[in-house]
Write a protein that binds this ligand. Structure first.
Ligand SMILES: [Zn+2]
Length: 165
């Protein structure tokens, strides 16, 4: 398909300031987010179908380095799940229990090599190429949530206070 390209790249940074958005599970409409990426219960109500069953989906900006250039790409739910190893809802919950986890994602994924398929959206307003598939190239690759869980468990055993229930 025209516009698709497959690149081998290393991951430089993942922007986790605004890494997910919320949709209604019943009608799939995007629900308005609150400021600062904080989701309160008041905005989880779908005004179209009256459902109160929202879910989070990933939408992550990340910089990658290919052998020729550095570029910023946007990674949606299916591809991001490969990197994180869990749903956006699970990751959001995990970062609530482990507030440092989001800032540790970059340490965990930094420099990992991937083969990514990039697609240039037809929408001329879209700024960034989107990642349509991600294949980790390192044989020992672990999704971020696996490594983060190990790190946070180790911290807990060293006496760092945690808020796990
Ligand atoms: Zn709805």
């Amino acid at each position: 398909m025209e516009g698709d390209q497959t690149v081998v790249c290393s991951l430089l940074t993942v922007d986790l300031n605004d890494y997910c958005y919320r949709v209604c599970t019943r009608c799939d409409r995007v629900l308005p987010g609150d400021n600062n990426g904080v989701f309160s219960s008041s905005s989880s109500f779908c005004t179209f179908c009256n459902s109160k069953q929202p879910k989070l989906l990933y939408r992550i900006l990340m910089s990658i380095a290919t052998d020729t250039s550095v570029k910023t790409v946007v990674c949606f739910d299916r591809a991001a799940t490969v990197l994180f190893g869990c749903s956006a809802d699970e990751f959001f919950h995990f970062t609530k229990l482990n507030p440092l986890a989001a800032s540790m994602v970059n340490q965990v994924l930094d420099g990992e090599m991937f083969r990514m398929t990039l697609n240039r959206p037809r929408n001329g307003n879209a700024q960034h190429m989107r990642v349509t598939s991600v294949v980790p190239l390192r044989s020992g690759f672990q999704p971020a949530i696996v490594t983060l869980t190990q790190l946070c468990t180790k911290n807990a055993s060293l006496g760092t206070p945690t808020h796990s229930s």
